[in-house]
Ligand binder design. Structure first.
Ligand SMILES: Cc1ncc(C[n+]2csc(CCOP(=O)(O)OP(=O)(O)O)c2C)c(N)n1
Ligand SMILES: [Mg+2]
Length: 568
């Protein structure tokens, strides 16, 4: 039997396990909307701006670990979504973006909303194409989903002309192919890497989100613990290693290469797994590595291997399988060496404890004006969290404090916004909430970041998601103040007012905004109020917004707030 292509599309998506489409419609998508509405298995989640809609899909894909589907409106909706797609492309979020178009025979008119959508989408997707015949729709949808889900994962785009969707087709539904990427490295290479790590005096393990994609967290922790290797996350946003792992040292951020270099330069053997080397705003102009450093790189994303630095050995292979093989060889360790490594493990534990104590001494100090500090706020938040809660964090200069107290251990408990395109935290939390129904999602966000996507609150209210939106409200783009001080310091600039980084005069009342979108809210400025309102928020069964007034002062260089979560 022949059915309209749009109905065949729905059947294909259902067969592939799709249950949610995030979207914002226009006239050119109305035919598609009708088909989505008629499909009982798929829920349409309405967002009110395409950047937010794409970020919802991004959050869904990251929490559900499967491709998300996004519908946007023609060239204009795709344009609004592009910043988020750029970020999703660079960071590897699998998602299929669909946009409507006018009928194929009429496109030559170059009429209202006409445009080359495929060219617009190309730089921010792995694959972008127009479907020009209904009989080819399912073939192209399956190809798109396969491309999105195959590591390195990323967004893909299909333009869907209205007449193509209405064509009658035979619905040949087949499951989308899943490409097996379980590649190992040869055994002698695994042994060679293990031996180099065993004998290294200053080994280093760098991990990124390729670890999370392949489920290699346990192998990372086991190898690092066994061989007492300090581990840093490099431009990572998933929990690629537990923050409580005995040799976990912190995050190499995406801002200043000279900070990274201080960590990498002393290393004699480095194993980098599933991470870029490095994704920084200001890469160091000096060598990151010593002359004799042996650098091994394992990643399913071959683009990253040897991209910037000479390598001893690189493999396009699965992080989990490779690390398990290296670990097997690493277990053949002499008792003398094992005893030496036990000492190194103890020294690392002392170093970690001292660094954390120093951080607390510095950050727990009262602010000059008595306002809550990020440290005070995040300690209280971490202590109040329900055990099943998931955090979607875009708290920017408050992220260090959150991670210090929370110390997430499992990938499903914490997702960090990647810090490139800001304004993804609140909609990302909505996406995560659809991916993990029944769980409470907590969404701490910088005030500046949240303001890009305020109407997301309405979506949370409409679908009654149990999300606690938390505004880390310092009335400023504080990270930009921190970063401009580095610039001023470098250029020897005189002290001067911060340019265009304050969000005051008039002050923004987030509680009133939230109530306008149907989300109950409270504003707090003391520790007691914060605890009380968090208890109220967690006791409810729908969304709640907590506007936390924070100290916004900026430390003078050298800075203490650069690191985990800073955007740029
Ligand atoms: C789409 C987009 N626009 C602008 C920026 C530049 N930017 C990076 S961080 C930031 C300010 C973040 O402020 P806020 O969320 O309040 O966090 P805070 O620094 O105050 O902790 C801006 C404007 C960006 N990264 N992405
Ligand atoms: Mg701010």
């Amino acid at each position: 039997m022949r059915i309209p292509a749009k109905q065949a599309l729905m059947r294909q998506l259902v067969a592939d396990g799709v249950r949610v489409i995030f979207g914002n419609p226009g006239t050119l998508e109305e035919s598609l909307l009708e088909a989505i509405k008629q499909c009982a298995e798929i829920k349409y989640v309405l967002g009110l701006q395409e950047a937010a809609v794409a970020a919802m899909a991004d959050g869904y894909a990251r929490a559900a670990r499967r491709p998300a589907i996004v519908q946007v409106h023609s060239a204009v909706g795709l344009g609004n979504a592009t910043g988020v797609l750029y970020e999703a492309h660079r960071s590897g979020t699998p998602m299929l973006v669909l946009a409507g178009e006018t009928e194929v025979p009429l496109q030559a008119f170059d009429g209202f909303l006409g445009g080359d959508l495929v060219s617009m989408a190309k730089p921010v997707t792995k694959w972008a194409a127009r479907v020009s015949d209904g009989s080819q729709l399912l073939r192209m949808v399956r190809r798109a989903l396969k491309v999105a889900a195959t590591p390195p994962q990323g967004p893909v785009f299909l333009a869907l002309p209205m007449d193509v969707l209405d064509q009658l087709v035979t619905a040949d539904i087949n499951p989308t192919p899943i490409v097996d990427t379980c590649a190992r490295i040869p055994d002698d290479r695994a042994r060679y890497i293990a031996t180099a790590l065993i004998n290294a005096e200053h080994p280093l393990l760098l991990v990124g989100d390729g670890v999370a994609v392949s489920g290699a967290q346990a192998a990372v922790e086991a190898l690092a613990t066994l061989l007492a290797i300090p581990v840093y996350r490099a431009d990572a946003s998933a929990v690629d290693i537990s923050f409580r792992a005995p040799t976990f040292m912190g995050l190499l951020g995406h801002a200043y290469g000279d900070d990274t270099r201080r960590v990498t330069l002393p290393a004699d053997v480095i194993l980098a797994v599933g991470c870029p080397l490095f994704a920084e705003l200001f890469p160091s102009k000096e060598n990151y590595f010593s002359q004799n450093t042996k650098l091994f790189q394992i990643d399913l994303n071959s683009w990253e291997i040897g991209k910037n630095f000479p390598i001893e050995y690189g493999a396009q292979a699965d992080p989990r399988l490779c690390l398990e093989d290296i670990l097997d060889h690493a277990r053949n360790i002499s008792s003398t060496r094992a005893a030496e490594l036990a000492l190194r493990r103890a020294a690392l534990a002392t170093q970690i404890a001292q660094t954390q104590a120093a951080w607390e001494d510095q950050q727990e100090a009262e602010s000059a004006n008595g306002a809550l500090t990020p440290a005070q706020m995040m300690r209280i938040l971490s202590e109040s969290l329900p055990s099943e809660a998931m955090i979607y964090d875009e708290s920017i200069t408050s992220t260090d404090a959150l991670l210090h107290y929370l110390k997430p251990e499992r990938p499903e408990s914490y997702i960090l916004a990647r810090g490139g395109c800001i304004g993804v935290g609140w909609p990302g939390a909505i996406g995560a909430s659809f991916a993990c129904p029944g769980r409470t999602v907590v969404a701490p966000s910088g005030d500046g970041s949240a303001l890009y996507v305020v109407p997301s609150l309405w979506t949370a209210a409409k679908y009654n998601r149990k999300i606690v939106f938390v505004v880390c409200n310092n009335s400023s783009y504080r990270i930009l103040k921190v970063n401009i001080q580095v610039y001023w310091e470098k250029h020897g600039s005189p002290e001067q007012p911060f340019p265009f980084m304050d969000l005051d005069c008039p002050t923004i009342d987030f509680a009133k905004i939230a109530e306008g979108f149907g989300v109950p809210a409270a504003q707090v400025s003391t520790a007691t109020q914060l605890s009380e309102q968090l208890a109220r928020a967690f006791a409810g069964d729908g969304p709640f917004l907590l506007d936390v007034l924070l100290d916004g002062s900026v430390p003078v260089p050298p800075h203490s707030v650069r690191g985990h979560g800073g955007a740029a």
